[in-house]
Design a protein around this ligand. Structure first.
Ligand SMILES: [Zn+2]
Length: 500
């Protein structure tokens, strides 16, 4: 009975329908700035985060009369690289178009984008989620330019007293990746974004920064009665600048739409903004007021004919993608799938792992340390292994000491933590401080005997069949050696003595 009550309230309507009677349909549009040195159509620097307002501008990206755009070859290459990584087709012939609208951050009064003949189309992105495969179609990947940014003085939610415009971002190469409405839950939407961002970073075209907006996402969400094929009324959600925000916004929007429909209401096509503080989407504008962009071919740019040779050259230069790399690591090194996914999260981490294994450390030991201790330190210290005091060579040296049994795991973990910050030669430090593992049977034997005498109750409990009672006795020996004893040997010696 309580289960029924808990399942019901979202709909609130008299129709008797529950959220389970509806299916969500989600399609994502991602805008990703390309990591080129210069802007899309001029020679201004494309990086602007630390620049003074309007420093990175010229007559072209300020949209002054009489200027002409020149296509950035690298931006075309990066877009094609992305399209190929997403299994898209690359048409022979492509062109740029003008998308006309007025806004203060758009100095020309139009954006150069691509309309009917984009650089690529018909790809897909496939990934695993909760043990099943999800395949999302990619409608197109096309190339355009970013706008400037507006800075509002005063209270934005009330009325701004003044607004300032910065054109440093104006004309930065921007790639739009349009996904098919193939996603069915907020979790799938989030995972799609995580994987897409990972691929863009792997192939070196985007820095994946959601907070700074170099990787940003809009979501189109609709719901329909389960089992039907017709698409419901679509709502576009904007203003999400974290994976968590995307998941929450989509979840909220699905529940809101189901509640409206379940209550007998109807939805209309609109754009809604995600308001993090309220945990809700709010209406921004309805589709009736949406712009008519009056697209037409950009008259200042000749159409692009890429040629099969160019496309093949870009294809050949594609690096191994994260999923394929994880699968290879499982195959080649016998590590677990979860471990492999962790180790290939970024290209840098995967490179580190493979270099450490190539240096002779056992693949499993390296996977274990990189996937646990090293990853924890890298997150805590906000710097990867390669930028730590220890570095890859230091870690290799440390893991060799572990493999050789020179130090035990406890000592090695303490050393890792220290050397990650300060750096230093692990072997020399172990020697100088006398941290070497005590694995001398005779010396340990004496300590084991002393530990048995000092812990009569634990010993009696162990002999009565309580396995865990041995722990404090082992602990006694570890303490006596300042953590340096070979724990496995101590265990063996203890058991030999106690089993009589
Ligand atoms: Zn410029």
């Amino acid at each position: 009975m309580t289960g029924t009550l808990r399942d019901a309230p979202v709909t609130q309507g008299g129709s008797g329908e529950s959220p389970a009677d509806y299916e969500a349909v989600i399609g994502l549009e991602v805008h990703a700035q390309l990591l080129t040195r210069s802007k899309m159509f001029c020679g201004c620097p494309a990086t602007y985060v630390d620049a003074e307002p309007n420093d990175n501008t010229c007559p072209v990206c300020l949209g002054l009369p009489g200027t002409l755009p020149v296509i950035n070859r690298r931006a075309v290459e990066y877009t094609v690289r992305t399209a190929l990584a997403l299994h898209c087709e690359i048409p022979d012939f492509t062109k740029f178009d003008r998308k006309n609208y007025f806004y203060p951050d758009l100095p020309k009064g139009y954006q150069i984008s691509q309309y009917d003949l984009p650089l690529s189309r018909d790809g897909h992105l496939e990934f695993s989620l909760d043990g099943r495969r999800v395949r999302c179609g990619i409608t197109r990947v096309h190339l355009e330019e970013d706008t400037g940014t507006l800075h509002h003085a005063g209270d934005v939610l009330q009325s701004a007293t003044s607004s300032l415009v910065d054109y440093n971002r104006s004309g930065v190469p921007l790639m739009e990746i349009v996904g098919e409405p193939d996603l069915r839950s907020a979790e799938e939407a989030r995972e799609y974004l995580v994987r897409l961002r990972q691929i863009l970073m792997y192939i070196g075209v985007n820095d994946g920064n959601l907070e700074q907006g170099s990787f940003r996402c809009d979501a189109n969400v609709s719901v329909r009665p389960r089992g039907t094929e017709t698409l419901g009324v679509k709502v576009e959600i904007k203003n999400m600048n974290s994976f968590r925000a995307v998941q929450r916004a989509v979840e909220y929007e699905i529940a809101r739409q189901i509640a409206v429909l379940g209550g007998g209401g109807s939805l209309h096509q609109e754009t809604r903004g995600w308001v993090e503080a309220r945990g809700a989407t709010v209406s921004q504008r309805s589709k009736e007021q949406a712009h008519d962009y009056r697209y037409f071919p950009e008259p200042d740019l000749a159409p692009l004919v890429l040629g099969a040779e160019f496309v093949e050259e870009v294809r050949r230069a594609l690096p191994e993608l994260p999923e394929a790399r994880a699968a290879r690591l499982v195959e080649q090194h016998g590590i677990g799938e979860y471990e492999a996914a962790l180790l290939t999260a970024t290209r840098e981490e995967a490179d580190s792992y493979e270099r450490i294994v190539a240096a002779g450390v056992s693949a499993r030991l390296a996977a274990n340390w990189l996937g646990n201790e090293v990853m924890r330190l890298a997150n805590a210290e906000h710097r990867p292994l390669t930028e730590s005091g220890l570095g890859e060579d230091g870690l290799v040296a440390l893991l060799r000491l572990v493999e050789a049994g020179t130090v035990n795991t406890t000592t090695a973990k303490a050393l890792l933590e220290e050397l990650y910050l300060t750096g230093g030669d692990p072997a020399a430090i172990v020697r100088d401080r006398g941290l070497g593992q005590v694995s001398d049977t005779e010396a340990l034997g004496a300590l084991v005997d002393a530990a048995i005498t000092a812990n009569p109750k634990a010993v009696a409990d162990f002999q009565a069949g309580k396995e865990t009672a041995l722990q404090p006795v082992v602990g006694h020996v570890m303490k006596a050696t300042r953590g340096r004893a070979d724990a496995r040997l101590v265990n063996r010696l203890l058991r030999e003595r106690l089993s009589g």
